[in-house]
Unconditional design. Sequence first.
Lengths: 279, 404
Amino acid sequence: MAPGGDRAGQPRIATCDGAAAARHSTSETAPLALRGVTVSYGRKPAVFSVDATFPAASLSAIIGPNGAGKSTLLKAALGIIPRLSGDVRVFGQPLKEKRAHVAYVPQRASVDWDFPTTVLDVVQMGLYRQVGLLGRLNGRLRQQAMDSLERVGMVDFADRQIGQLSGGQQQRVFLARALAQDADLYLLDEPFAGVDAATERAIIDVLKDLTAGNRSVIAVHHDLSTVRDYFDHVFLINVRRIAEGPVDTVFTPATLQAAYGGRLAATQLDDLALAGAMR
Amino acid sequence: MTPLAEALLLQAGYNAALVTIGAALLGFAAGASGTFLFLRKRALVSDAVAHATLPGVGLAFILMVSLGGDGRNLIGLLAGSAATAWIGLWLMDWITRRTRLAEDTAIGAILGVFFGAGVVLLTVIQTMSAGRQAGLESFLLGSTAGMLFQDAVVIATGGTLAVAATWLMRRPMTLVAFDSEYAAALGYDVRRIDLLIMGLVMAVTVIGLKLVGLILIVALLIIPAVTARFWTERSANVIWIAGSLGALAGYVGAVLSASVPDLPTGPIIVLVSAGLFVVSLLFSPSRGVIAALLQHRSFQARVHRRQGLLALAAQHPIRETYTLRLLTSQGLVRADGVPTEAGRAAAAKVARDERRWEIAREIHQAAGLAGRYEGLTPIEDVFTADEIAEFDRRLGPPVAVGGV
């Protein structure tokens, strides 16, 4: 399937023009809207009373220092870890109603890569909900998985055992698994962590294709130097919400200072501000 | 026929045949159902579950006797063991989720406390008038002496159900074992699937109590799956291979114990299973110890050969004795360190390939070939003859090594 091509027989969620959607997303229709989300390990909140609205057909970054609750926010939004309080809406509805429209790419390091499975098997995991317990992974679904591998440049690796992959290839396989779900909202946890430059380019190309096809992408991101190049929208967090909005207006030295505090050297802030001013 | 051959062909008497068939069926069920326990890395949970069956056996006996029935009714005893095993499993889950104690602590606590309670109950039963001949202590290590047709039916029925459930639920269980966060994001209830994995293990434990006993059943659940992992790279295959290995161990173990007087069945089955594991550990072609050693040796030899030939080409002395020995044994260097005719040719080839690779990297920058170069893959495996001819055109005529 061509990236962003229309899918016959599946309900479209975000059909309006991408840029317009980005401007006019409200919590009623946004791909992901959080209200008062609080997550706590023990008595210390990891994420505290966070409101967020992510725009449709955009690439959004969740950024903040280590331990700021970026991954926790993502997992809480997906119901992977329990929320202490707060409301999560996906395209205006509770997550339960919209699970089939959401794809998740966990951190690469969160699994054991010596698990006995092949690249194609992993990608087909993205289809398990579609096939159910007894359904067969027939030719059409297999092709869907192979198409996803094609999009991340991993077709030749389909029959490899996953333990033989490099870090970048592992990340591509995880992305392909999410692509196989053919979702409308993609949530990625640190997709660029520890991958080679070629993989980073391949991944960002796929993500940009997705948003060009009216899908929405939200990624936890840690490399401040690439935020402006990769993303349309940023959400800054340090346990609480610091700021959110289009990159150009929100990704500023002032908000970064607020999120990172003393951890970001003044010179780094100047560099980032300069990079912004030069475009 | 010798006793061994008789036992092997199920001709050593009704009881021995029943035990052998029962052990093979139990081995299959335990191997297959234990697959996801192993893949989820929760092997020890099953040990705690097995030990938690003992108080159930005791309580069921006391209850059945006090109701005026036969305390040794197998179905009643197994129901009791399943009940306390389930309580133990549930408590472990609760401790792990609701307190700050880690799973290993929960395993240790449940295993010790439940087993201790079970031993106390067995002691109490010994003092009861109906308890003396109960023979409940055979549930610890298993017993084949009084195996009935009914026992084999319990194993066959329960085992078939456990294997069928494992196969039916293999996708969700694979998903949870490999990537539980992704499973949760897809909307699977990870906790319930974990309980299902353990529930299957519990079912196999209960049906295996009489034959193998609660102390050794964990070996039947885990060893076949670990062994199967040496022979396949796909989780669905692990299920069937583990089942087959378990059945083989059960059959052979029961045959061995039937053909030699006074050999205990359960422990022999476990030892046979362990033997299959050791064989796999050594001889698996992809993951075995010997294969790894040979691969390492061959890789080391390739590295040394290349380094040695490059040194010859540059007319540097070869200092490492291993390199020198290797090149000598391959007939590339004479005993006094002077290269032979073949050695000079090979050195010229390695040196030339090295320069061809440099050209190749310049020409094929975009193709990501730089990453594929480690100096050990023959250049002919990566490029076609006409591509190599093009590199040679740029390199100019070959240079001989050793000035001939």
